[in-house]
Design a protein around this ligand. Structure first.
Ligand SMILES: Cc1cc2nc3c(=O)[nH]c(=O)nc-3n(C[C@H](O)[C@H](O)[C@H](O)COP(=O)(O)O)c2cc1C
Length: 379
């Protein structure tokens, strides 16, 4: 049904117009308590076998909505009612900004991909904080993804991220430092460890200072060289971060200027996940995103060591029931394989972690492969 609506109607409309329509529909859903609750009852994951704990937060299922869809934290409840186990809102910047000129969002239907150069269009941290403060009518895990305001120079980046973190960390179930979007000039340079260390240290101080200690993750690009992936992984361990999200969109493509997401990103995203897992084992949470299209992809990411999986482009092509269907299929698959919990799947096919220099003494480094427990869960 959705395939028909997509091919006959949606794909003929401007991609960003459809995006705004969808956000509006989900925002409306977010303020209709009865419909929201009914949908949540029908579509959200309720199977105890799908529950995952990571960094002390309990997720009803492993598949969440990646950052970039709900940039202004307007419709997380609506997305949760459609079956996502968590919603990562943002990227939110300290100051509101319009983003890049339109057109800035392009579908590559034949490749099941999207190119975007949105440029962090959002109303800013203060507006997002007001929205996040609203009472939640259905249970929803909300991650908050923060980035640098475009007009702020690199020298002011840390202060800019800290300003967002101060406003948003107390309202987030977890906080993400995004240094990997390709559409803010210079942003990805912040992935260099020499710049990333002071940035993450300062944001972590803010996140650690909230009443519940907000877990902190960093989101990285698929275009990092392998050694740089290792370097960020080692830094995350050294600083005591809660996790790494891999990956953002890639600029390695021959199309429109912008970041490419969807099916063509699948291979590299999985490769980065495997590399990270080999480096950090289960000492920090890995969140895998990039080219996830169906239950097989989610399963593969879990086996490779991701505790949580996210998708965006797969949902664009898969339709409104995408997340709900995948969670239902995961429930069946867990039982078919003789597991009682999805957490037993995590890292099953991952090789043992190579010990990073900073963490040689950590006892978890010797955990056997396939131990399969979700990391964290200490709060
Ligand atoms: C239109 C669009 C906007 C995005 N905006 C953001 C963003 O603001 N912040 C961010 O961290 N990632 C953003 N992303 C990247 C996604 O979160 C995700 O990392 C990437 O698309 C790969 O996943 P996918 O193949 O499932 O789409 C965006 C992706 C798309 C398609």
């Amino acid at each position: 049904m959705y395939r028909l609506v997509f091919s006959q109607v949606l794909r003929r409309l401007d991609a960003e117009a459809v995006h705004h329509l969808t956000v509006r529909a989900l925002t409306l859903l977010s303020v209709l308590p009865l419909v929201k609750r009914l949908l949540h009852k029908a579509l959200a994951p309720h199977d105890p076998a799908l529950r995952v704990s990571a960094f002390g937060v309990h997720f009803p299922g492993p598949l969440g909505l990646a950052a970039g869809f709900d940039k202004d934290a307007a419709c997380a409840e609506g997305a949760a009612a459609l079956g996502f186990g968590h919603v990562e809102v943002g990227t939110i910047t300290a100051h509101g900004q319009p983003g890049n000129p339109r057109p800035r969002l392009f579908r590559l239907v034949g490749e099941r991909a999207v190119i975007n150069r949105m440029g962090f269009n959002n109303a800013g941290a203060a507006a997002a904080a007001r929205r996040l403060r609203r009472v939640r009518g259905v249970p929803v895990v909300v991650g908050v993804n923060i980035g640098k305001t475009k007009v702020v120079p690199e020298s002011g980046a840390t202060a800019d991220y800290v300003a967002s973190a101060r406003r948003l960390a107390p309202l987030a179930d977890y906080l993400v430092v995004n240094v990997s979007s390709p559409n803010t000039p210079g942003l990805r340079d912040l992935q260099a460890v020499s710049l990333l260390r002071p940035l993450l240290t300062a944001v972590k101080e803010v996140a650690d200072g909230t009443p519940r200690r907000t877990p902190l993750l960093v989101k990285i690009a698929p275009d990092l060289a392998d050694e740089d992936v290792d370097a960020v992984a080692d830094l995350a361990l050294e600083l005591g971060l809660d996790g790494v999200i891999a990956t953002n969109t890639t600029i390695r493509h021959g199309g429109e200027t912008g970041g490419l997401s969807g099916r063509p990103l699948k291979g590299r995203s999985l490769e980065v996940l495997r590399r990270l897992r080999a480096r950090v084992g289960d000492r920090i949470t890995l969140v895998s995103v990039g080219g996830v299209e169906d239950v097989d992809d989610v399963w593969e990411r879990l086996l490779a060591g991701a505790t949580l999986v996210q998708g965006y482009t797969g949902w664009v092509y898969g339709g409104p029931l995408w997340a709900s269907t995948i969670h239902r299929q995961l429930s069946r698959r867990v039982r078919r394989h003789g597991f009682t919990s999805i957490t037993e799947v995590i890292g099953r096919t991952a090789p043992q972690a190579r010990t990073a220099p900073e963490a040689r003494t950590a006892p978890e480094a010797r955990t056997a492969p396939g131990a399969g427990t979700a990391p964290g869960a200490t709060r």
